[in-house]
Write a protein that binds this ligand. Structure first.
Ligand SMILES: [Zn+2]
Length: 472
């Protein structure tokens, strides 16, 4: 194929140019060139048509079409995709949401037919024809599956992508189901004012930066947004291949697996994003092991004490090592052990951010905060101060959704089926290691006394009642 030859040529030129200057950049360049080789291909109009005829007649669709999806096959179009010779099928569709313009997108990725629904929820009225309106679109573009379950959501202004909306930032009901087909209407998921400010995250690199289709005039890839969910899953698989957890035993192993299962199903999960940094050809690998007793030397007093876990990057090594204490894990609740593992993974990510030779702007922002803590005289380590400053909320939110989803019986029991808020417990757990045993972080020192009492009370009340069993 012409494109493949072009990419290969580009790759050769890059390697040649770079090997004359800087050896260590060869790997990065290689990756960029390879992503230009497309892994997607056109679906014929006949195949698309057959797919929807079959879908329409299927029992599952007839009974489960809660969003009242109706695909207008007479509108099928094949749109060119930039930097490729392939085309994307796009078909106009209607749902029960009258203010939403929906389109079915179809393409084959890695040989498999991938179908998503692109829903445009305008927040401002635009005049002009369809193509024109799309180019100046202001509102949300929500990618769902054909049943209406939200996969990804993006915010636009005047046709420009502002960023991705993290659905977890919204005050969603206590349910794992966030689809528009499972009781929560699209309107509520997307348009209701969120309890907290939604986060707009820049789309990921890779396919995000390359292929445009359709009436898009922003700097990011519309293909990447449409199929972000697919590519995320693909990246996730690569992540788990990168983490060596063979040395984990017993309960630690079980909880680690449960956390991984959780992260795999949460497309926007904090944990997944954390681990994704170690995917593919990343500079650093992770090895996580069980160890009978893990000790740490206090940086202020020099005293050695037993700890829950420890993360280190030996000088000159490319493998970040996490040790989890079997001795401490034994009597711990499953949720608390998950907390320890997440805490250590955050340390691992900090080692990566501090040591990477190709820092992103996010990595540089982190280094700024870290340096501020490092240059001051504080009781807690710069990593712990930075963790409290930047990751505390995400850690608590991860514990909450992990508890609700993977330790359901435990959660239902403690919260009286969701009637009692467990949020103070998740916050208190996230603080563990950042507030106690003479390691008070700077942020902990600013927490009002009343709030500290609430957190202490949550630990006293709930910690002993949490299950110690790891379900598998
Ligand atoms: Zn720590």
């Amino acid at each position: 194929m012409k494109l493949k030859i072009k990419s290969a040529l580009l790759l050769l030129i890059c390697i040649h140019m770079i090997s004359c200057h800087k050896e260590n950049l060869v790997e990065d360049t290689e990756e960029i060139a390879i992503t230009q080789e497309t892994d997607f291909e056109t679906v014929s109009i006949a195949e698309s048509t057959a797919f929807f005829k079959e879908l329409k007649n299927s029992k599952a669709f007839k009974e489960g079409n809660d969003i009242e999806l109706n695909v207008d096959l007479s509108t099928i179009e094949q749109l060119p995709i930039s930097d490729s010779e392939e085309q994307l099928n796009i078909i106009t569709a209607q749902t029960k949401f009258k203010n939403v313009n929906s389109y079915v997108l179809q393409i084959k990725i890695d040989g498999e037919l991938q179908t998503v629904l692109l829903n445009e929820v305008p927040t401002e009225k635009e005049a002009g024809d369809t193509a024109d309106r799309s180019r100046r679109f202001t509102g949300h573009r929500v990618m769902t599956n054909l049943r209406g379950t939200v996969l990804n959501s993006y915010m636009y202004k005047g046709g420009n992508l502002l960023g991705e909306i993290r659905l977890r930032s919204y005050a969603l009901p206590r349910s794992t189901c966030i689809g528009i087909a499972c009781g929560i209407r699209l309107k509520e998921v997307v348009l209701t004012a969120p309890a907290r400010t939604p986060k707009y995250a820049p789309p990921r690199p890779g396919i995000m930066g390359i292929h445009q289709f359709w009436r898009s005039n922003n700097n990011y890839s519309s293909m990447g947004q449409a199929y972000a969910n697919y590519y995320r899953k693909k990246a996730q698989k690569a992540v788990y291949d990168k983490i060596d957890s063979d040395g984990l035993k017993g309960k630690e192993r079980c909880v680690h697996e449960l956390l991984n299962k959780y992260a795999k199903h949460e497309t926007n999960s904090f944990l997944m994003e954390l681990l994704e940094k170690f995917r593919g050809k990343s500079e650093f690998d992770i090895e996580i092991v069980s160890k009978n007793v893990v000790v740490n030397r206090d940086r202020n007093t020099g005293l050695v004490r037993e700890v829950n876990g420890n993360t280190s990057l030996p000088l000159g090594s490319r493998t970040i090592k996490i040790e989890i204490s079997s001795n401490q894990s034994r009597n711990k609740s499953t949720l608390d052990l998950a907390r320890t593992i997440i805490h250590e993974y955050v340390h691992a990510e900090m080692f990566r951010k501090l040591n990477t030779s190709a820092p992103t702007s996010g990595d540089l922002d982190f280094r700024e905060t870290y340096t501020r803590y490092k240059s001051g005289i504080f009781r807690a380590s710069p990593q712990h101060n930075t963790m409290a400053d930047l990751y505390l909320k995400e850690m608590a939110a991860t514990l909450r959704s992990f508890h609700q989803q993977k330790l359901r019986a435990d959660y239902n029991f403690l919260s009286d089926n969701g009637k009692i808020s467990m949020d103070p417990l998740y916050d208190a757990l996230a603080w563990q290691g950042l507030r106690n045993e003479g390691l008070e972080t700077e942020l902990w020192n600013t927490v009002p006394a009343g709030r500290k009492r609430v957190l202490e009370a949550a630990l006293r009340e709930h910690l002993p009642a949490l299950t110690k069993r790891c379900p598998n």
